[in-house]
Design a protein around this ligand. Structure first.
Ligand code: S3P
Length: 425
């Protein structure tokens, strides 16, 4: 198991356009390209373990993938091929759940698998609604855990009210609805990230959304192919935003970032805490894209209890800003954190305590008392966002992080960028 040691290196003024490409959009590019009958052209696809697994699955399903510098061309098969091997989703909840929705209507037999962490994450949230419209899905614990076996079927149109705000659940059901026998509707309690609706609509699908409610018309013909440049990932950029916010006198400019409002809420929380944050839109194709500038500030405690799905992935990094702020900060209504790549409530609480910070744990969140971070040896629990969050804490107090291979699932050049602002061994 690899480890890294991070040490402070003073304040910095750093500009980068090298933040990893957006993971959510990259997975969708690969999977959605199968809905067209023409080649999709994707620039800046994320070359990380998770999204390369999805690309490999798309190939096993019969697509031809050509790489040309920073551009990939995905030529879909006429009909999805039944693969002779299992489909390995690696560590990715997005890949496995979206593929459950897509494959449940494709002719053939498919087995979706993943690493030890993915195999312990709940799949019933997608399997149950899909089974209720006729999909044949089985897996461990009555279809709740991978490996999952799917036999593609025709499915009925549905009206589903989801109890959780999850873009993975929404996207899986939208993909099934596109092949259903009539118009389907989906609603959720809070708007979750809406990349699927935007991209599929851009490809010509008849999908209407009105706030929390989406209606999906089945496809009559194949969709138009995608032509897209994937913007940089605001969830990956957020580690560096926190770095700038907590290191006095520092500034960072993150270029070509996705600025979708369901993805930049954590930056707004940093601003509420006292950092200076600016968003500058430079283009708008499928999604708003632009630069984010963050200046350090005197941080004070904050309570985060709404729009949780808009910052769920950023909460581990935000907890490092909480530890550096004056006063108490809390996270509430975030029980979803317990079923991410690790139980992130427990991983954050345990590791902050190791760094000498007072933290109280709740079922749906935690309360952090700002204080003085101290150097500790941190267990990443195999979770990329825990490893990267505590690496950023190392810019203040020094930190040793164990089991850092997981960073490659989403942000392979993280260490290279961190070295520009801190000392890393
Ligand atoms: C994602 C949705 C979120 C997020 C995950 C990526 C997506 O999960 O945490 O990292 O690409 O749709 P949920 O939809 O389960 O909340």
């Amino acid at each position: 198991m690899k480890k890294m040691i991070v040490a402070p290196n003073g304040c910095f003024d750093f500009t980068t356009d090298k933040i990893a490409s957006d993971k959510s959009i990259s997975h969708r590019c690969a999977i959605f390209s199968l809905l067209s009958d023409k080649p999709s052209i994707i620039e800046n696809y994320l070359g990380a373990e998770d999204t390369l697994c999805t690309l490999n699955i798309v190939k096993l399903l019969g697509a031809n993938v050509e790489h040309n510098g920073n551009r990939i061309t995905i030529t879909p098969p006429l009909d999805v091929k039944e693969p002779p091997v299992i489909l390995d989703c690696g560590n990715s909840g997005t890949a496995i759940r979206l593929l459950m929705g897509y494959l449940s209507t494709c002719k053939g037999f498919f087995v979706l698998h993943g690493d030890q962490y993915l195999c312990s994450r709940p799949m019933r949230r997608v399997a149950d609604p899909l089974r209720s419209i006729g999909a044949l899905i089985d897996g461990r614990s009555d279809g709740n855990y991978a490996p999952l076996a799917i036999r593609g079927q025709s499915v009925k149109a549905f009206h589903y009210e989801s109890k959780i705000a999850s873009a993975q659940v929404k996207s899986a059901l939208i993909l099934a609805a596109l092949q259903a026998d009539g118009v389907s509707t989906f609603s959720e309690p809070e708007l979750s990230r809406d990349h699927s609706e935007r991209m599929l609509r851009g490809m010509g699908a008849n999908i209407e959304s009105n706030g929390l409610h989406v209606s999906i018309h089945p496809l009559k013909t194949p969709l138009k192919p995608l032509t897209i440049t994937v913007p940089n990932d605001p969830s990956s950029g957020f580690f560096f935003a926190v770095a700038a916010a907590i290191c006095p006198g520092s500034k960072i400019v993150l270029k070509n970032m996705l600025l979708n409002k369901t993805r930049i809420e954590a930056y707004k929380v940093l601003a509420r805490m006292g950092a200076r944050v600016e968003f500058i839109e430079t283009q708008n194709v499928y999604e708003s894209v632009g630069d984010i500038i963050i200046h350090a500030g005197e941080l004070s405690g904050v309570c985060v209890d709404e729009n949780i799905s808009w910052l769920i992935d950023e909460l581990p990094a935000l907890s490092i800003a909480f530890a550096c702020a004056k006063g108490k900060s809390s996270v509430k209504n975030a029980e979803e954190l317990r079923v991410k790549e690790s139980d992130r409530i427990s991983s954050v609480v345990k590791n902050l305590r190791l760094c000498g910070i007072n933290v109280e744990e709740f079922k749906d969140g935690y309360e952090v008392e700002g204080g003085t971070l101290t150097c500790a040896t941190i267990n990443s629990f195999g979770d990329h966002r825990i490893a990267m969050s505590f690496a950023i804490a190392g810019l203040i107090s020094g930190m040793e992080i164990e089991d850092i291979e997981c960073i490659n699932t989403s942000f392979p050049n993280f260490l290279e960028l961190l070295m520009q602002i801190g000392s890393v061994k």
